[in-house]
Design a protein around this ligand. Structure first.
Ligand SMILES: [Zn+2]
Length: 121
């Protein structure tokens, strides 16, 4: 149905979009303390780009988004960081009060890859 020729053009656009979104998030992280409103609009734009081009961010970039309100999540600005049970990182968004959880620890990753039992034996 699409008039666009398949392949190359869109892939190039996606790569370019990923670069732009990443630099937007990094810039937002750098400016969050000084100018939270600017940082918020930068992350909102990065999110719009990621939706348009079907991008996935890894944890390094994803951690700056609140899962509840999808806006900027930055410790000391609008997030509170605590450690929870079982090596869980809890980041509470002070705007929507959503608790963003992240499991930490090498042991967990080993379990996921099925290495733990082989080490035990
Ligand atoms: Zn939130």
């Amino acid at each position: 149905m699409s008039a666009r020729p398949p392949g190359v053009k869109r892939r190039e656009a996606k790569k370019e979009a990923a670069k732009i979104a990443e630099s937007l998030i990094e810039s937002a992280a750098a400016t969050a303390v000084r100018d939270p409103e600017l940082a918020k609009s930068q992350t909102a734009l990065a999110r719009r780009i990621s939706l348009k081009f079907n991008l996935r961010f890894d944890w390094r970039l994803k951690r700056f988004f609140c899962h509840g309100c999808k806006s900027l999540l930055y410790p000391g600005v609008n997030a509170r960081v605590r450690l929870g049970p079982n090596k869980t990182l809890l980041m509470t968004c002070t705007e929507c009060h959503h608790v963003n959880r992240k499991k930490l620890g090498a042991r967990l990753n080993m379990e996921r890859r099925g290495l733990r039992n082989s080490l035990r034996a």
